[in-house]
Design a protein around this ligand. Structure first.
Ligand code: WTA
Length: 630
């Protein structure tokens, strides 16, 4: 393989990696996919099962409401499970699960299919029908995957709420989605303690009113409150004689909704990103296959949480569509000791590890000796997602974990994109900190305020210029916001909300969010959610939240608070406010630091200028402050 000379520090793939890769020549694939991107996606779609094929690959007659694989009939869950049952994969492991307390469960494709069918029958017995919304609030246990696939099988729309969210975040998402069933676990193990999920759910349900039934999966076994008539134990229902191991499936239109997933946006409440059956399936199948280079014998571990898009696409749907064996781990990376992850990689012979920079930085702090205690020679590929990876962490990951033989797939994408958008493949030369180039067939650019491409290495808005199959279809129940937020700044192009630069080799470098989204440990949070949690406390009159650089978390939340009259600032009150945010939004949203202030910088129309707060905190020039009211 011959590579062009690239600028900067470059890591070239070894011959061994290239020989094994599905895509040995990226340029060749890119050329084909660029010339005929619809042909490329159609070819990939043909690798999957459809009850009826499409009339058109792409219908762009109502931009930006794109449709893919129009009039095709499909079921994603069928492609994840049923199709494998007629092949030798039937008895292959689909899932290996380890609990934080050492519990171990494995499921073959046959077994996972059976469990999903039973789960679907239980949901049906509660009256869940095609199109109904089901909220799922659990830790990382096999049942979260079963619940999602059970919904997909019967055409219900799942809305998974990350188990690290808390009362208000959960209640808001249930209310907005109008879910009639909530699937919850009694608790989750996290760092040796129990997160009382059912108890949090009970509190959330007092604030919203659509849920008719709560289905409770037993994981931790502590006593929980069960409300008569509303709450049922999953293990009671699933063992009823009429819950069989077969469940007929719903034949779905390619454009029927598969799930909604809430994510933080620029202003106001989190938005429900809607993904549909057909296009989403083709996008995640293809990207996982080519980027993480899934082979029949691989054991793949995406260490994200199923409750975020990374988990939806690359723990649940992507691996199963590819017939892969995936590993799921319930708990914290350093519990009980900092070698937990490395010991499991050795124990299960993991070949592919996909995680976030924050986890790498966190584990890096404990030193290499913890890694070196274990034989990690099974690893072939590594991955990173969620925020820019600093070259120092990249190199540590590459050298200490990957022993300089595993390429790192730094994948840039979003809840909205559904699949990897900027990403290497194993045969692509890497530069630490860059996700390299857009996935073949996807046109992206970095542009200025007027939409002109900026010069190499200049910063600008990151935009996507061509549609892709797993793109979000709309914001659930709010199509106007979908158009305004993503398609109005540069009509015809999708606005990512990130700033980036492109170097002279066409490699993209992500700088970060340009809106009021803060990435804390790779988790996506909105300043609005943190601020509204703060002002829901009786002592707080006004609040502003910003993200400031943090060595491990990437960004940490700093909040500025104006107290109501009659309240005195004190370290005790600051701590109480931090706990209040944790209780309302979730521990991940807890501010690192709270500062009491007498005023906040605002524009004349009363908008808080977070940019000014941030510049001040960093001791930088706040730039243009002509609209400042102070
Ligand atoms: C950021 C996560 C740099 C980015 C899959 C994006 C990244 C936001 C990367 C989406 C990466 C994600 N390098 N930044 N490899 N991956 N981001 O919706 O700011 O939780 O807009 O999806 O994460 O976050 P979300």
């Amino acid at each position: 393989m011959h590579f062009n000379k690239l600028s900067g520090e470059v890591f070239y793939p070894s011959q061994e990696v290239i020989e094994k890769a599905h895509i040995k020549n990226w340029d060749e694939l890119n050329e084909f996919a660029t010339k005929d991107y619809l042909g490329f996606w159609e070819k990939m779609a043909n690798e999957l099962h459809w009850f009826q094929k499409w009339d058109k690959v792409l219908d762009d007659s109502q931009k930006p409401f794109y449709k893919w694989f129009t009039n095709a009939k499909v079921n994603v869950a069928y492609n994840c499970l049923d199709v494998h049952l007629k092949t030798p994969r039937r008895n292959k492991l689909a899932l290996i699960w380890e609990g934080e307390n050492g519990d171990l469960r494995t499921y073959s494709y046959h077994a996972l299919h059976r469990e999903v069918c039973k789960f679907a029958n239980v949901l049906k017995s509660l009256g869940v029908n095609k199109g109904d919304r089901v909220t799922i609030y659990m830790g990382r246990i096999p049942e979260i995957i079963m619940a999602m696939l059970a919904c997909a099988r019967i055409g219900a729309i799942h809305s998974v709420v990350y188990g690290g969210f808390s009362v208000e975040a959960l209640s808001e998402r249930i209310e907005d989605s109008q879910s009639k069933v909530l699937v919850v676990a009694d608790g989750a193990y996290q760092r040796g303690k129990i997160v009382p999920l059912k108890q949090i759910a009970d509190e959330a349900l007092q604030r919203c009113g659509t849920v008719e039934n709560v289905l409770v999966v037993r994981r931790t076994g502590q006593p929980v409150n069960m409300e008569e008539g509303r709450d049922m134990w999953y293990h009671d229902l699933v063992n009823l004689p009429f819950i069989t191991q077969n469940c007929s499936l719903e034949i779905m239109d390619a454009e029927d909704p598969l799930f909604i997933l809430y994510t933080s946006g620029t202003t106001g409440k989190p938005k429900a990103i809607l993904h549909t059956q057909g296009g989403y399936m083709v996008g995640v199948y293809t990207t996982l296959k080519y980027v993480f280079d899934i082979h029949e014998e691989d054991r793949y571990w995406c260490a994200a949480d199923p409750g975020w898009i990374t988990g939806h696409s690359y723990i649940v749907y992507g691996p199963l569509l590819n017939g892969a064996t995936s590993f799921l781990y319930e708990g914290a990376p350093n519990y009980p000791y900092p070698n937990r992850w490395w010991s499991m990689i050795e124990k299960y012979g993991i070949n592919i590890l996909y995680t976030a920079p924050t986890a790498i930085r966190g584990l890096m702090r404990f030193g290499e000796a913890w890694v070196n205690r274990h034989d990690l020679s099974s690893l072939r590929l590594l991955g990173s997602v969620g925020e820019p990876i600093n070259p120092e962490a990249w190199k540590w990951y590459y050298r200490v974990v990957g022993k300089e033989k595993c390429p790192i797939m730094d994948t840039w994408w979003q809840t909205e994109t559904g699949m990897f958008m900027i990403t290497p493949m194993p045969s692509v030369p890497l530069k630490p900190g860059s996700g390299t180039r857009p996935f073949p067939g996807i046109e992206m650019d970095v542009v200025d305020e007027n939409g002109n491409s900026v010069k190499p290495n200049e910063e600008g808005y990151l935009v996507i210029k061509t549609p892709w199959p797993s793109m979000m279809r709309t914001i659930y129940k709010d199509p106007e916001r979908y158009v305004n937020q993503y398609w109005s700044k540069f009509p015809g192009w999708y606005l990512t909300g990130d700033s980036a630069r492109k170097d002279e080799d066409g490699y993209f470098w992500i700088i970060g969010r340009v809106d009021d989204v803060i990435k804390v440990s790779g988790y996506r949070l909105g300043t609005a959610e943190i601020e509204s949690a703060l002002v829901s406390h009786p002592a707080v009159a006004e609040a502003a939240a910003i993200g400031l650089p943090h060595e491990v978390k990437g960004n940490a939340i700093h909040a500025y608070v104006i107290l109501k009259q009659g309240y005195e600032k004190s370290p005790h009150l600051a701590e109480e406010l931090r706990q209040h945010v944790a209780h309302e939004v979730g521990p991940i949203a807890k501010p690192e630091h709270i500062e009491f202030v007498d005023s906040l910088p605002k524009t004349r129309s009363g908008k808080i200028m977070r940019r000014v707060l941030k510049a001040r905190a960093l001791g930088q020039d706040p730039g243009n402050i002509s609209t400042l009211e102070e």
